[in-house]
Design a binder for this molecule. Structure first.
Ligand code: ACO
Length: 708
């Protein structure tokens, strides 16, 4: 998806020759005035448009866009809502390439039709729209700030945000963290330009080293996904997803008017695409900072500090964040003891004590970098209050120079703690070395670096076509169509098992029986022991009403089971329609798993795996992925479950047939991707037997919906 030819048109937006501001004002309280003032440093042509004025800030002003002599690349429109349509029409007539609609009062308050009119006018003229209801956009390297946001420092981060307010807060936060920006754009209601085109453009932009996204909702999952995937394979992409709580989700729906995907789906999807998800704006700034460092190969951190207590807390926090603090190898400890005063501790954390000069820290740094090779250095430093500023400045300079001379390929993250002098942080950041203001932010940043550096990003396999392995649609569709024909959303026991059989799953032999006589007849074709389950479209939790009996070994036990089940179920739920029972061969006991499909209205079908039975509800220990997936992705799903140690066997247990589970996950993912009609599918439980013995589906529930 290289944007080289396809999206070169965006160069006229981000590197324009000329910009008109429609609704420009000299009243400092007006947005039109802020926009004009922000564009004064721009080297290209700036055209203020205001019918009352001949000049504005000493620049010639024009009554309308059509009155401008020469071409206009971009028009930034900040006139009251009722005038926007006329101005857009004017811009279209003038041949303006991009119109940025700052004005609010359109789709976000229900005026969708008015918004659509603007789009039609623009499309007819080949003009692209940003917004409406947005703060604007900019290119910090070219002094383009066509927004009413403060002008950020120039740097490598590019931003796309659905909320201008959050972009403003990010810029404010960035000032503390020495983060510079390349291109930034608020898409507002995203009537026309959206993430789908901007992500690949920024991925190919040579000034952009890292992309930050504030995302509330996605218009079209099928165009968004490849765009995000393309960008994340080229550059670090950091996403702050707004609206992850249930109330936040509701707020998102009303803010953007779009369908909302659940937080767990977003989390799974971003992880699958190798995107770093952050929860706050501060975290996003810290991520921009820490991702400038070399990758963190593993999780081992060497802590260097001048305070024992600080080292202890840092160690606790690092470990809680999933990082490890290995003891310094004995040989290096011995060497360090020779070079350092006796009071220094060199185990890790290395506490060189409060009076240690910078040279001691550099000694430890050099030794560890040369021989022990931790995956990262963490340097929480508490500037001693009794030291003169001059001494501390020299200390910081010495460390920074040593780090620059060493050209470490190991990430080094410093912490300058609250209450200590700020020049310490400034010295580090001026040299491009991140310095965090609290221990927890520093630890969290390292943990994000470890997570990002070790992310597993597997290519998604194609959806199998007729004649290829895993192709099932051709045989499954007729089963689904029967349900559509009868206007049912739930497949019955027979249909569900047929779908699974066709999909290549191990389903024990079964028979649907309406009467006791049918049961006895069916049992003669099945192998005891058998399981009997009540068959009723409306009874979901069968065991709660006496509707499941296992370990039926003989025809006599079968007869007893049938009679006692009918009596129990009619006693518990006398009004439910009962169609009979489902008899199936009993699977030997093993590890119960849940495998499932969940259809998301925006992104498509996801598959999930977790421990089966009640565990899934209690522990919520579930791994999710967008379908289809290949073998490596399936394996990663299993390993990320908290229950993963059970699968390889713990405490004398022999574990489960992992290859068989992986195969089922791949099959399930292909079934999900090929049959979008399947809205929900629960295989619960799937019994995973010991290695080499396979896994078998004990129960299944499938909900379908005809694709429109
Ligand atoms: N052509 C040219 N100039 C015009 C036109 C026109 N059709 N109509 C008005 N103007 C001039 C006005 O004379 C005025 O100039 P002056 O100060 O010299 O008199 C200037 O343009 C502004 O017009 P006003 O009528 O004063 O409009 P005002 O500035 O009050 O509001 C605005 C315009 C800002 C676009 C407003 O309608 C609006 O939508 N505000 C919300 C913007 C917003 O929040 N966007 C979303 C951001 S997302 C976020 O912040 C989180």
């Amino acid at each position: 998806m290289s944007t080289h030819n396809r999206f070169h048109q965006f160069d006229a937006l981000f590197s324009p020759q000329s910009i008109a501001i429609v609704g420009a004002s000299e009243n400092p309280e007006k947005i039109g005035s802020v926009l004009l003032r922000h564009l004064l440093p721009f080297q290209g042509n700036v055209f203020p448009i205001n019918p009352q004025k001949r000049t504005m800030f000493d620049i010639p002003a024009y009554p309308s866009v059509t009155a401008i002599p020469g071409e206009v690349d971009v028009a930034v429109i900040a006139v009251p809502q009722p005038s926007v349509k006329a101005v857009v029409t004017d811009c279209a007539a003038k041949g303006v390439k991009f119109s940025v609609l700052i004005t609010s009062g359109f789709g976000e308050i229900g005026r969708k039709a008015e918004e659509m009119e603007l789009l039609q006018i623009a499309q007819a003229a080949g003009m692209r729209l940003i917004g409406p209801n947005c703060v604007g956009y900019g290119n910090a390297w070219q002094h383009v700030n066509a927004s009413f946001l403060r002008t950020p420092e120039a740097g490598g981060v590019s931003l796309i945000a659905q909320s201008g307010g959050n972009m403003e807060l990010l810029f404010a936060e960035a000032l503390q963290g020495h983060v510079g920006f390349a291109k930034y754009i608020a898409i507002g209601n995203a009537l026309d330009m959206h993430f789908d085109e901007l992500l690949p453009y920024l991925a190919d932009d040579h000034e952009t080293t890292c992309i930050g996204v504030y995302l509330e909702s996605v218009r079209d999952g099928q165009t968004f996904l490849p765009a995000l995937e393309y960008a994340s394979r080229k550059k670090p992409v950091i996403v702050l997803k707004g609206g992850v709580s249930s109330a936040g989700r509701q707020a998102t729906i009303s803010h953007t008017g779009n369908l909302s995907t659940t937080a767990d789906i977003y989390r799974a999807l971003l992880k699958q695409l190798g995107v770093l998800q952050v929860a706050t704006l501060e975290e996003m700034i810290d991520a921009f900072n820490v991702l400038r460092l070399p990758p963190m190969r593993g999780k081992q951190v060497a802590v260097l500090t001048n305070s024992g207590g600080l080292g202890v807390i840092a160690t606790d926090l690092l470990e809680q964040a999933g990082l490890t603090i290995p003891t310094t190898p004995e040989a290096i400890q011995n060497q360090l003891k020779q070079a350092l005063p006796e009071i220094a501790s060199v185990h890790n954390p290395c506490d060189l004590t409060v009076e240690a000069p910078a040279t001691d820290f550099v000694t430890v740094l050099k030794q560890l970098a040369a021989s022990a090779s931790p995956d990262a250095f963490f340097f929480p430093y508490s500037c001693p209050g009794y030291r003169s500023v001059e001494v501390l400045e020299n200390f910081a300079d010495h460390i920074v120079q040593a780090l620059q001379a060493l050209q470490l390929q190991i990430p080094f993250a410093a912490c300058n703690l609250p209450g200590t002098t700020t020049f310490f942080k400034q010295r580090f950041e001026a040299a491009g070395l991140p310095c965090f203001t609290t221990l927890s932010r520093g630890v969290n940043a390292l943990s994000m670096l470890a997570q990002y550096s070790n992310r597993a990003c597997f290519p998604r396999p194609p959806i199998s076509q007729p004649g290829e392995a895993y192709h099932v649609r051709t045989v499954v569709l007729p089963i689904l169509e029967r349900a559509f024909h009868e206007q049912r959303v739930l497949l019955n026991a027979e249909e569900s098992r047929m779908v699974l059989r066709q999909g290549g799953f191990n389903v024990p032999r079964w028979a649907c029986c309406a009467t006791l006589a049918e049961c006895l007849d069916a049992a003669s074709h099945l192998t005891f022991p058998l399981v009997m389950k009540i068959s009723s479209p409306s009874i979901v939790h069968k065991s709660d009403v006496g509707g499941v009996i296992t370990n039926i070994h003989t025809p006599q036990e079968l007869q007893d089971a049938f009679l006692s089940m009918m009596s129990a179920v009619t006693r518990h739920v006398p009004k439910e329609a009962i169609q009979g029972v489902l008899l199936s061969e009993q699977i030997p006991s093993g590890q119960e798993l849940l495998l499932g499909i969940k259809r998301d209205p925006v992104f498509g079908s996801f598959i999930m795996v977790g421990l089966g039975g009640i565990f899934v509800e209690v522990f919520q220990d579930v791994a999710l992925r967008l379908a289809p997936i290949a073998h490596e992705e399936a394996a990663t799903m299993l390993t990320e479950l908290h229950a993963a140690p059970l699968f390889s066997g713990v405490r004398g247990q022999i574990g489960i047939d992992v290859p068989a589970v992986l195969e089922d996950l791949i099959r399930l993912s292909q079934l999900a991707a090929q049959c979008p009609e399947i809205q929900e599918l629960d295989l619960n439980p799937v019994i995973a037997l010991p290695p080499g013995q396979g896994c078998h589906v004990a129960d299944v529930r499938i909900v379908v919906k005809q694709e429109s």
